[in-house]
Design a protein around this ligand. Structure first.
Ligand code: FAD
Length: 415
């Protein structure tokens, strides 16, 4: 891969940079710089949802909302390299895209690949413009890593379906207009064969969203309960009982999106160590600190080149391999190690979480509290290792004893 911009890429970069310079909310830069990954901190009185919707809308009106999407759906038909250039130029303002992670990385691509023409025409433009916020209604108490074990039921009723059940860990459900919902439509066949995908309006009667409070005091995800919720059949995505095929499309997009975007905290750590005074001088001058920084710098370069290799493959029209799974696996644990290391350097101050009282505005405290979740969402470390073991190393597959058993014959405490 040639790391220099071609003349066309350089022109694209200039255009993107000029537009961002003229249109981004620069007054928020200091706040965004100190916001940890996905935990947005904004000045008091500013509504985070409104701020994010405003930035998304501004980009949409100018054709920058999701550059790699087709123009027909509000994108710019940008190449994988142009997408990378845009992301580099958007820089810290990318933190304002958090609310639309499901829109752009999961729901949109799924509808684009598996929806009808009418569904694409009506759902995709407000999805990319940020007018509608989307959530992903997949995980359940009994169906996380083993998603096909889910128990939410959708039963035929007249021209539609009646849904009963519960989802959990649903990010942004409390702010969402729409949800991508997978439900069981035939319990008499093996678990992967009896599922169907729908899109659901979150204000439908019978939908109840209960926020879950996380360790850093925010409520990013929720429990969602369904009691006799009616979904018209034209809100079905794909074939009846063909939901697993749609799920695979969604998960492929989710893993590549998550793998490509997990930050590691390494740049923040260099910055912090360069300015932090310990009892013996600047942290960055300490040989032990230097040694750790060097190790993380090497790992971070490895991640960067693996991501660039995946982009290069995509640019050539090839499907990337396990790079994104490896990327999320390595980046997730690295962020956790880096946050712990920075807090150890801070000694007693590392125990406090208040951004006003702690060194580096509490960024590593926020990172530590956020980091376990990056090792779970979009596939846990163990599941990613299974994928790498089976698909890359060719090791024997995980044991799946219930794979061919009709779902209603799988022993369970209750169904
Ligand atoms: C911040 C965050 C946001 C999320 N947002 C969403 C969302 O918007 N929508 C949504 O649907 N879900 C969401 N999730 C849920 C997420 O997808 C699940 O938590 C994840 O898939 C793991 O499922 P589980 O929590 O049920 O854990 P389980 O699947 O019960 O796993 C428990 C433990 O067992 C291990 N394990 C499970 N199976 C195996 C195996 N075969 N081999 C080895 N080890 C195994 C796991 O690695 C884990 O350590 C979110 C999660 C987080 C943390």
């Amino acid at each position: 891969m040639d790391f220099d911009d071609t003349p066309a890429e350089a022109a694209f970069r200039r255009e993107a940079r000029a537009w961002i310079e003229a249109n981004a909310p620069h007054e928020l830069r200091p706040w965004l710089e100190r916001s940890a990954y996905t935990a947005l901190e904004l000045p008091d009185g500013l509504d985070a949802v409104a701020v994010q919707k405003d930035w998304q809308r501004r980009k949409y009106d100018a054709g920058w909302a999701c550059v790699h999407w087709p123009q027909a759906y509000g994108g710019r038909d940008a190449s994988p390299v142009e997408r990378l250039i845009w992301e580099q130029e958007e820089g810290v303002f990318r933190k304002l895209n958090t609310l639309f992670l499901i829109n752009l990385g999961i729901a949109g691509p799924t509808i684009m690949e598996c929806g009808t023409d009418l569904q694409k025409a009506t759902l995709l433009p407000p999805c990319v413009s940020g007018e509608h916020v989307w959530c992903q209604l997949f995980s359940e108490p009994a169906g996380g890593s083993d998603l096909a074990g889910l128990r939410t039921r959708a039963e035929r009723s007249g021209d539609g379906w009646i849904v009963n059940g519960q989802k959990i860990w649903t990010s942004f459900a409390h702010d969402s207009d729409w949800g991508l919902l997978i439900a069981r439509t035939d319990p008499t066949v093996p678990k992967h064969a009896g599922l169907t995908m729908f899109v659901l309006r979150m204000d439908s009667p019978g939908v109840e969203v209960r926020p879950i409070k996380t360790i850093h005091g925010q409520s990013e995800f929720n429990e969602v309960f369904f009691t006799d919720v009616h979904i018209p059949d034209d809100q079905r995505i794909g074939a009846v009982n063909g939901g697993w095929r749609v799920v695979l499309t969604t998960l492929m997009n989710e893993r590549s999106f998550a793998g490509a975007t997990v930050p590691t905290g390494v740049e923040e750590l260099f910055d912090f160590c360069a300015g932090f005074e310990t009892e013996t001088g600047l942290a960055i001058d300490d040989a032990r600190v230097k040694s750790r920084l060097a190790q993380w710098a090497v790992r971070s370069s490895g991640l960067r080149y693996a991501t660039l290799r995946a982009i290069s493959l995509e640019a050539k029209g090839e499907v990337p391999g396990p790079e994104h799974s490896v990327g999320k696996l390595v980046a997730g644990s690295m962020m956790q190690e880096i946050a712990k290391f920075a807090l150890d350097l801070q000694a007693e101050a590392g125990l406090m979480a208040d951004a006003e009282l702690t060194p580096y505005a509490g960024r590593f405290q926020a990172m530590l509290m956020q980091s376990p979740s990056t090792r779970i969402l979009g596939g846990t470390d163990e599941i990613l290792r299974n994928i790498i073991a089976e698909r890359v190393l060719g090791l024997p597959p995980d044991v799946r004893v219930d794979k061919d058993v009709p779902f209603d014959k799988i022993p369970a405490a209750s169904k």
